[in-house]
Write a protein that binds this ligand. Structure first.
Ligand SMILES: Nc1ncnc2c1ncn2[C@@H]1O[C@H](COP(=O)(O)OP(=O)(O)OP(=O)(O)O)[C@@H](O)[C@H]1O
Length: 712
């Protein structure tokens, strides 16, 4: 405590007592923040400190510098945050956040430097109010449906940050915004890298201290500090007051460290959830934001349906009667509460944008139960391990004992681990694949949700849908990508086997069935598999954008050459007569001698043949998840005709060549992930009908889609 207080005494210019004078009830008091109208900004309207952006007006000033509303040359609206010079080093780290994309996070577009080497953060501009302003207008807290809407958005945004390995560190109502009904968390890129010591003391706000977890004084910045801050915000959202307030930042911090919050004014489940969030020991808090929102019945798989009184009716704040919904009838929370149904709008009666709705529909709780249990145990173990920090001797002793126990048990542990690995890994991969496919939002979903939630929506064009889906593909985690790819490979192998058996049954229905007759089918199968595996791999690399045709064709040519070499080698391995099927009268003198020896293809001929076949056709299209149909017979026909055309130039055994080309086209389409643009309606999450919102809100949605692609 002494450390934190000491630090703050140095870092903050707040004088004990002065806050009392400045403090507005329940509001963050920015000690030296003037009102926007009276603020004097460094740059007037029309200035262009950054080449591509023209400042329109100053928005506000925070601990990190001035914030401006600006437009790009192309007319895109952005917020520019001018960062103090002493933060330059830390800004390098912000690049980690530049590629984070989430509907509930304010997008960070770029970091630029002006002529004076001053750093600026370019970010998404939010025209709506921040939660601080909203709370200032509602001194006794918000309606519970609104509380849940804010919490759900904050939790989704922060959960995404945590998933990306980031801790916000500065969560507070002033950093949470309402963008056309979508809650967005901002200021995350900077706060991770900026400790209190970097802030300009004269601009520090006492509001910041209201949300600071006690362990920050010990220099601990785990994700639990965000959970603590969300707990404080939950309390404030419901009651309008923060649980720990005081005349000075010292007093507030002391309360964070020692005082028990008075949660009796809250009804269950809020009481126990807030109490758990505000535990002094971070190890006793929720392990994740998701765990916390689950405890509140705010599941991210769909609308909630618990009905509960959020505030005890006998408290002075009784006018607020919570009306919550939680579809999960088994939820222990619901059984404990006394319920009063008044409304069931899951988003607080506020319209959700299609993007947000699709997001909520898709962010299913996809964490695998076994993995979750293991993670929880590991996390418990870590917490317990940290409690031993003060006894390094005990830690060392325990390490020795654990190592010894492991070593003497390797004879059964290793086989057990191997069996678990063999069974669990394929199961995990398939599960991820199935979940991923079932969660993919579609064009039709987006449209339908838009119609449900916003009345007659402007229909989304296919190109808008593609662009939105492309963004989703970009945001996909590597583990999902890897899981999808391995599943595609397995599916391609199985599909090829099925195709080969079918071709074999047809081809060998007459005549002798012996190894010589079967061998060409085996050869075809392995060549199709090799080609399909290569193309699927490239498709996975390229699925994030539409891509340039020429570079892709060049890469494909190289891969095709490899497949040709493999085909030649396998041909030799299976001892097949490679000239057997050159199904046209070949005048061997017309064939290039470097490629053919007496009309028989050499390795170079096979390589050249497949290189041309691969470069000729746009093989990335049939593996693109955004293709129109899962299996297009047109693509198969194009592949076969393409192969025939190449055969005219550089012959290889036929009809195997054409069967291989057709087989590749079928195998890759059947195994590559596909987002169905015409999904069946019953797969669309049902949302209760919402009041229609003005056309301008739809424009906001379009803007949001544009924002997700970055500044113009
Ligand atoms: N992306 C944005 N769009 C619109 N307004 C913004 C945006 N980012 C910040 N603002 C506004 O600019 C003002 C200053 O924001 P800033 O984040 O710098 O300060 P703060 O959050 O008040 O304090 P601190 O930075 O110390 O946490 C606030 O009024 C905030 O609402």
């Amino acid at each position: 405590m002494t450390t934190l207080l000491g630090k703050l005494e140095v870092e903050s210019n707040h004088q004990p007592g002065s806050l009392a004078k400045d403090r507005r009830p329940f509001a963050e008091t920015h000690v030296s923040h003037p009102t926007t109208s009276s603020m004097s900004f460094t740059y007037p309207s029309g200035s262009t400190p950054l080449d591509r952006y023209t400042i329109r007006r100053g928005i506000g000033m925070g601990g990190f510098g001035e914030v401006y509303f600006a437009v790009s040359e192309a007319g895109k609206e952005v917020a520019l945050k001018r960062i103090q010079r002493n933060l330059e080093v830390e800004l390098r780290g912000v690049s980690h956040c530049l590629n984070l994309k989430h509907p509930h996070l304010i997008a960070l577009y770029d970091i630029c430097r002006d002529d004076q080497e001053q750093a600026w953060v370019v970010m998404e501009y939010v025209a709506g109010q921040n939660l601080r302003q909203v709370l200032d207008q509602s001194p006794s807290g918000l309606d519970v449906t609104e509380v849940r809407r804010w919490l759900s958005g904050i939790a989704a945004g922060v959960d995404h940050l945590h998933g990306a390995g980031l801790v916000h560190r500065d969560l507070k109502p002033g950093n949470v915004f309402d963008d056309m009904g979508i809650v967005k968390v901002g200021d995350y890129g900077l706060s991770k890298f900026i400790s209190a010591s970097h802030r300009g003391g004269h601009t520090e706000s006492v509001g910041t201290f209201h949300y600071m977890a006690p362990e920050i004084g010990r220099g601990e910045y785990g994700r639990e500090i965000d959970i603590y801050a969300i707990g404080i915000m939950t309390y404030e959202l419901l009651t309008g007051t923060v649980p720990f307030d005081g005349e000075s930042c010292h007093e507030i911090i002391v309360k964070h460290m020692t005082a028990k919050p008075d949660v009796t004014v809250l009804a269950e489940p809020y009481r126990s959830v807030v109490a758990k969030c505000l535990e002094k020991d971070p190890a006793n808090r929720f392990r994740s934001v998701r765990e916390m929102t689950n405890a509140l019945g705010i599941t991210q798989t769909g609308p909630a349906a618990i009905h509960a009184d959020a505030i005890q009716p006998n408290t002075p704040d009784a006018p607020i009667v919570a009306t919550l919904a939680n579809a999960n009838a088994n939820d222990s929370v619901s059984s404990k509460s006394s319920f009063t149904a008044k409304s069931s709008a899951p988003t607080g009666g506020r319209p959700q944008s299609p993007t947000a709705a699709v997001h909520h529909a898709n962010v299913a709780n996809d964490s695998e139960p076994l993995a979750r249990a293991v993670r929880a145990s590991v996390s418990d173990l870590q917490c317990w391990w940290h409690t031993l920090d003060r006894s390094p001797g005990a830690k060392f002793f325990l390490l020795i004992v654990a190592t010894f126990v492991l070593i003497i048990n390797t004879h059964w542990l290793l086989p057990l681990m191997s069996i678990v690995g063999v069974v669990y890994v394929p199961y995990y991969i398939v599960r991820q694949m199935v979940l991923h496919v079932s969660q993919q939002p579609s064009y039709a979903q987006a449209q339908r949700i838009a119609t449900n939630t916003h009345g007659p929506a402007r229909p989304m064009t296919r190109s808008q849908w593609r662009s939105q889906m492309r963004n989703d593909l970009c945001a996909k985690r590597s583990v999902h990508r890897a899981a999808e790819l391995s599943t595609s490979w397995i599916t391609a192998i199985l599909t090829t086997l099925a195709l080969t058996i079918t071709a074999g049954v047809i081809g060998l229905r007459t005549g002798t069935v012996d190894s010589i007759a079967i061998a060409p089918y085996g050869w075809m199968a392995v060549v199709v598999m090799a080609a399909a595996i290569s193309i699927l791999g490239l498709g996975k690399l390229w699925e994030r954008d539409e891509g340039e045709s020429l570079p892709r064709r060049i890469v494909l040519a190289g891969v095709g050459g490899g497949v040709g070499l493999f085909a030649y080698a396998m041909n030799g391995f299976l001892m097949l007569p490679i000239d057997a099927g050159l199904a046209r009268n070949i005048d061997s003198t017309t064939l290039p001698q470097a490629l053919y020896s007496d009309g028989i293809p050499r390795a170079s001929a096979m390589m050249a043949h497949f290189a041309i076949l691969f470069a000729l056709l746009r093989w990335w299209r049939p593996v693109d998840p955004l293709r129109r149909h899962r299996l297009s017979l047109w693509s198969v026909a194009v592949a076969v005709v393409g192969e025939w055309a190449v055969h005219q130039l550089l012959p290889i055994p036929q009809p195997f060549g054409m069967l291989i080309a057709g087989g590749i086209a079928i195998a890759i389409q059947m195994s590559a992930p596909w987002i169905n643009p015409r999904v069946k309606p019953e797969r669309i999450p049902q949302t209760p009908s919402q009041p229609a919102i003005p056309r301008s809100a739809h424009d906001g949605i379009a803007q949001e889609l544009a924002n997700a692609r970055g500044p113009a």
